[in-house]
Design a protein around this ligand. Sequence first.
Ligand code: GLN
Length: 289
Amino acid sequence: MLSISVKEILFWKKTQLSKGGDHESLALLLDSVGGISTSDLNSLSINPEENLYLKKNLEFLESVWEDHLLNSSPIQYLCGITFWRDLKLKVTNKVLIPRSETELIVDIVFKIFGKTSQKLCFAELGTGSGAISIALALAYPLSEGVATDIDHNALEIANKNYINSSKQTNLKFFCGNWWSPLESFKGKLDLAISNPPYIPTDTYEKLPKEVKNFEPKIALLGGEDGLIHIREIIEKAPLFLKENGWLILENHYDQGEKVKQLFTKNEFTSVKILNDLSGVGRFTIGRYK
Ligand code: GLN
């Protein structure tokens, strides 16, 4: 541990930000690698001579920051951590970095089912870092949740994140493609959720390099029209949902209407497109009969 004054850290922060990047990314680096949280720093900023303890020296933190700026490496991968809702999640380049817009899926579930002690049976398809299912398993401790992913490396990370976030045992992980590991859940689910890969091939090629060069292609690419996985998930959902069970999907900014049609074609009712915080029709939800 290295002792450093508040004044020195604030000066260091200013110097780093003058090279580029944003406050939030630098705060993640300082917190997850340096061990100094923004709230510690803020509460001490009236006392600039006060000392704090750093887990890594400033030269090391600076080298990580420069890697982030020069190579467009996502700061979350460099730090191995991201914050999502109230969770602190481990992330590597085997999983998509959970996005802030995806946080709203959990609020949609709260709106549909309430925040009470419901005993839901839910499944998340393509869990990646586990963010959505872990948040749901914690919010509904009496529920039984299952989360799938085709990549066992991703599942290992999701499982670690679950163990680190909770002492509960109401979430299980299964490896396999979409619904295939869930044969024993046929007709049993109150709720299925997925943020599947939905980027169309052409769009993928034009993604910013911090996404395209670092995040797993398998977690982003949704085939020519971006909808191949969404189609498969919707078409098979009726086999797994209970009567009146809900399906909640995230989609690309312009796919809402097409996804809505797919829900309707597969006999879903109460189908709705819901906006994210930027007003984009980011989620499509429906109820199986
Ligand atoms: N929302 C992510 C992005 O914009 C894509 C996530 C996904 O394909 N499911 O990069």
